[in-house]
Write a protein of this length. Sequence first.
Length: 113
Amino acid sequence: QVQLVESGGGLVQPGGSLRLSCAASGIIFSANAMDWYRQAPGKEREWVATIGRSGWTTVGDSVKGRFTVSRENAKNTVYLQMNNLKPEDTAVYYCRTGNGHCWGQGTQVTVSS
């Protein structure tokens, strides 16, 4: 059974940083691209970043230059490093397998002074 578990969310002031983690089990992690999405209250779920099997990365325009995605295959874990956070980054953040078949439960990120 495939399982994704996010962690690392919390309350942070504007300009602060957080690192989210997503631990995977039940899959051959290294064979999967991994995605990060987020959903703010009252808004549709938004794609944030992707990391390919080989480690190539791409991020959305709204977070470019502030967020980076990385992976550690030995730990079956993908990370989202978020710097210079803004109030508009407040959302529940989800990881997802690249084939779209499995989502994590999400972790709340709140950016507020």
